[in-house]
Design a protein around this ligand. Sequence first.
Ligand SMILES: Cc1ncc(C[n+]2csc(CCOP(=O)(O)OP(=O)(O)O)c2C)c(N)n1
Length: 590
Amino acid sequence: MIQDAERCNFRNTMTNRLQPIYDIAALCAKKKLTKVILCPGSRSAPLVLAFARHPDIQTWTLSDERSAGFVALGMAQQSKTPVAIVCTSGTAAYNLAPAVAEAYFSHIPLVVFTADRPAEWIAQQDGQTIHQSEIFGKHVKKSFQLPQEYEHPDNKWAINRIVNDAINLAANGQGGPVHINAPFREPLYPGVDEQIVFSDPVRVIEEQETQRVLSEDQKELISANWSTFYNVLIVAGQQDLNDTQIQSLNIFFEKYNVPIAGDIISNIYPIPKVVSHSDVFLGQCTDDVKKTLRPDLLITFGGPLISKSLKLFLRQFPAKEHWHIQSDGPVADTFKSVTNIFNVDPVSFFDFLSTLPLQEGFENQKQNNFNKFWEVEERRAQRTLSEFFPIKDLAEIDLVNEIIKNLPRPCNLHLSNSMSVRYANYIGLATNHTGVQVFANRGTSGIDGCTSTAVGHSLTSNVPNILITGDLAFFYDRNAFWHNYPLSNMHVVLLNNHGSIIFRMIDGPGSLPEAEEYFVTRQKLNAKKLCEEFEFEHLALDSRRKLKNFIKDFFEFDNTPKVLELESGITLNLEVFDNLKLKIKKSYEL
Ligand SMILES: Cc1ncc(C[n+]2csc(CCOP(=O)(O)OP(=O)(O)O)c2C)c(N)n1
């Protein structure tokens, strides 16, 4: 963002050949798309300069497009508004693909501009040129192609309309990424003394969103069926923290005593009595216990689950009916049981349910009993966990437990794939974690952008950002730190077991002769040198004795990024996790 009046200006004029391109920046600003990541390159210069010189646009530059894509994704997730990213032509565009795919499956609004050569120069050995139109395939809500000539008024009109369309599409309904491929003919740069001016006014097309509330017909259907179910279970998938929804579910729970289950990534921990340890107990309890927990009506909303045990349980013991609430878009039939889809906001759904008359007598008692079954299991899991910690040798799950206990409120908690998010889900958040928001790249569950996503949040939020990550995810995405912006509110917990412990945890690869070399993939790095390079504080935690002081130091936010690293063996961590599971299993034998 350059506020130098010499270099940018607003004028009701259309004299420059590239004016319709410069006006894209003006349009974005008018549509409140004010955060733009600019990756270096020459072909993209017209867009880069327009965004960089627009006074209402905030820009960052990151050289590694793969990381930059995830940083943009983190920013869009943090601000809940579209963020744009601009890259040059060639393989730069392909490097955005992992973030685009994650944004697509996580419904995060990104507007991706890829600069291109004019169509006639593709595959003509002209350098840095690949086939870019529709390069992201099915992983964008839509791909757009900008005109490459600007003389005819229809082209100017088309550029404005396309960018309006793209931003609207990215933001509306379930958000997602859109792609705008922009071919540019040379010259790409203005003269040294040439000003970039922005047209004013610039045409803005606003799309008015439909309110996703229950229709009268849907209300009738729900009223007619609601009282026929006695064992109702609510399951929330991944979603952002939403105070209005929490309130609505609280009221609903108070009235009906319906168990509400959600993983750590569902952000529903503020609901008192929420079932947040289903992964813990459903993984170890007997089928007889599971039968008592089987719902006859399952109501779901939100994205994917972390808990494999909950997923398997709902597949093994499917509900008679499964109502899924989702405002729009294709519905995933994760448990193979969906019977009804309600295209509404969950708040509208549960607010309405809370107005229905409460059943009297026996029916009501049945639902209360069903809730008690879930409550007993939740309490058993909580009790077992609290008896289990602390353990003698400091293991990863123990450290995650300590970190979660001591999280500042408010903060953003970022969880990498794969064991980091699973450990944290085992521990769970409590109602007193007020203001903690949990984020994880679970759209595609990649390890390639977990740190960059957290960096995107850190650069645009004023709360502490705490990332818990494994070593492969951490070193894979180290270019997340390779830029010139301070990460004063970002602290990282690095669970360094020098390999991928997940492949020892899951059934399958663990006992194969190839396990070590091809799955666990041992690696030798620790974070010491990285911390030196990037001037981060490095807290090397090697004994329980240091834990208390290091935790205190780690949670002091003094403008220096910190990495708290626990180097520990895979065997120790496997043993500890197995012991925990055994303890839970044994709790059913008492
Ligand atoms: C881009 C990408 N490549 C490969 C994978 C497969 N994968 C899932 S978890 C994992 C290992 C992660 O190791 P680490 O970060 O050390 O975490 P840990 O397994 O120790 O928890 C791999 C390679 C992936 N999810 N994403």
